[in-house]
Ligand binder design. Structure first.
Ligand code: FAD
Length: 524
């Protein structure tokens, strides 16, 4: 194993002339006999992502139509001394994770849009087979409109691909009950870094199955996933309540996520920090759910600090219930035990699909104003429960007291809902049951990305300060540029990660945008 690791460590120097290598690689790709296509000219979009910070120039973009096409590409790349291959979902990474500089980017969106519901009447065995490049919003509409069924665990925004989120984790307000999306998939079809197409599950090729889930695309390309379904509700009561004290917000949020039984508590629990002023992007106006609702600042106690907290909840229900007053009673009963500012409660009844697609409206508005296309130096962390009060004092109340121009997510998750056999990395300190997701979703309202360097520097300051204070945290959607940082990131999981790499992608062809491993020439 150590010998193998040493092969990964130094930058690979084959001694070959780079121009000769490019020519060889172009002819290698040109001779590929694919059902799909190879594009050497319109490659610019594959060299950018949502983050807008990293830019690369791929050699070619591959538009496969089948797993066989992907297997052919990987086998061909393995003959070259330096070609790398990256699967690109919808390109919503922040720091070039789906890029391959001078390599091949596989556009997963061009694959067959498989969405096939199985056992639709079969209660807990209902599931859907979905292509790796399918968007979650398409899974939603197909399952709900066609079958009255729905996946159990989501992301906040659904313009993401199934393969892209399963390569990370896929987290939203349902994860406290069902775990992340990686906990809700029972089978995968994967093309490995050796070009083998394998079906895997908990019992069949389990090392590949668990490796690929949260595996940052390092071991194989997901071409199909089987996702668990349940009966879809038709309506959602969506609620926001405001807190002035982080301790009370956290106590209530942790209480709610401990209520895991469906029907007995809320179906969705998230939260965010916001600034205690009237700033339209960071402050009070971010809380009301509808145009006719108004945030009355006179309801905030004078003792409140510079930052307030919003607990965001949702309760599923059915149309007929909505007509009666019983839903109001149920909601009142559930909220009664919480300690929010009594006059700062906002709620609305909306359709289930509308609720899950709520960020699409934000996307449309942001595209119209131009801020969707400016750089987004987002930072997402998992912070141990032990250190969350320190994190609040250090980051929300201090470094970020003026906000980030977008949501500052903070909500608890439960470790027991995450499968430790996957490649996902969680805070490892005392392995407490509760840890928090922190999402600093920066939007640049100054336009054209002005000030992005300061935002990047602020993220670095946050990470550095948390480290200096000894806080127990990990990056979610991680990005590091040197292997020692990756070793620290994976901690005690690092040897297992390296072993999986050696087994499923021994030439380190796949997912070079993460800079975890260097490409190995087939000659060794
Ligand atoms: P890409 O960015 O294209 O790819 C991501 C990684 O996965 C790359 O390493 C790529 O090589 C690899 N990959 C892609 N497809 C495959 C495949 N088929 N097989 C193997 N590897 C593959 N995340 C959450 O968990 N919860 C959220 O609520 C959430 N909200 C978001 C909202 C927005 C607006 C954005 C931009 C991102 C959000 N994310 C969220 C992060 C999101 O999960 C990641 O960006 C993820 O990378 C999915 O995006 P993508 O499908 O565009 O994948």
């Amino acid at each position: 194993m150590i010998a193998f690791l040493e092969r990964f460590l130094p930058e690979n120097d084959t001694g070959a002339n780079p121009e000769d290598e490019d020519t060889t690689n172009i002819s290698l790709c040109s001779s590929l006999e694919l059902q799909g296509s190879v594009d050497f000219t319109s490659t610019a979009p594959a060299g950018k992502d949502f983050g807008g910070i990293y830019h690369t120039k791929p050699l070619a973009v591959i538009k496969p139509v089948s797993p066989e096409d992907i297997a052919r590409v990987i086998k061909a790349a393995s003959l070259s001394s330096n070609l790398t291959v990256a699967a690109r979902g919808n390109g919503h990474s922040i720091k070039g994770q789906a890029m391959a500089d001078k390599g091949l980017v596989i556009d997963m969106r061009s694959m067959d849009n498989l969405i096939h519901v199985a056992n639709s009447g079969g209660g807990s065995s209902a599931c859907v087979d979905v292509g790796g490049g399918v968007l979650w919003e398409d899974v939603l509409s197909h399952c709900v409109l066609g079958f009255g069924l729905t996946p159990r665990s989501w992301t906040d925004y659904l313009g993401l691909t199934v393969g892209g989120t399963l390569s990370n984790a896929g987290v939203s307000g349902q994860a406290f009950r069902y775990g992340p999306q990686t906990s809700n998939v029972t089978e995968l079809e994967v093309v490995t870094g050796k070009g083998e197409t394998l079906v895997c599950s908990e019992t069949q090729n389990p090392e590949l199955f668990f490796g690929v889930l949260g595996g940052l695309g390092q071991f194989g390309i997901i071409t199909r996933a089987r996702i668990l379904l349940q009966k879809a509700p038709d309506m959602v009561r969506w609620i926001r309540v405001v807190y002035t004290e982080f301790e009370e917000f956290a106590r209530d949020a942790e209480f709610l996520v401990s209520q895991e039984r469906e029907g007995e508590s809320f179906d969705y629990v998230e939260g965010y920090a916001f600034v205690n002023n009237d700033d339209p992007f960071n402050g009070w106006p971010t809380v009301p759910l509808q145009m006719d609702q108004r945030f009355d600042p006179s309801c905030i106690p004078p003792t409140a600090g510079p930052v307030l907290y919003c607990l965001e909840l949702a309760l599923h229900h059915h149309q007929e219930q909505d007509q009666s007053i019983s839903l109001d009673k149920v909601v009142d009963q559930m909220l009664r035990q919480l300690r929010y500012c009594r006059n700062l409660r906002f709620e609305v009844n909306i359709g289930y699909m509308e609720f899950l697609l709520r960020v699409k409206q934000v996307e449309q508005a942001a595209k119209a104003s131009g801020i969707w296309d400016t750089p987004h130096p987002w930072l997402t962390l998992f912070v141990s429960n032990r250190d969350i009060l320190d994190f609040d004092r250090l980051v929300f109340k201090n470094i970020l007291r003026h906000g980030v121009g977008g949501p500052m997510l903070v909500y608890p998750l439960r470790r027991s809902k995450w499968d430790s056999r996957t490649s996902v990395v969680l805070p490892e300190g005392r392995e407490e049951e509760i840890f928090y997701l922190i999402g600093l979703l920066r939007f640049n309202h100054r336009g054209r990305g002005d000030g992005v360097e300061e935002e990047v520097a602020q993220n670095e300051e946050i990470v550095r300060s948390c480290r200096e204070k000894g806080l127990d945290f990990k990056q979610y959607l991680p990005h590091y540029t040197i292997q020692d940082e990756w070793k620290r990131h994976f901690g005690k999981q690092w040897p297992r990660f390296v072993e999986r790499k050696a087994r499923f992608d021994p030439l380190a062809l796949l997912s070079p945008g993460h800079s975890i491993f260097s490409r190995i020439s087939p000659q060794g």
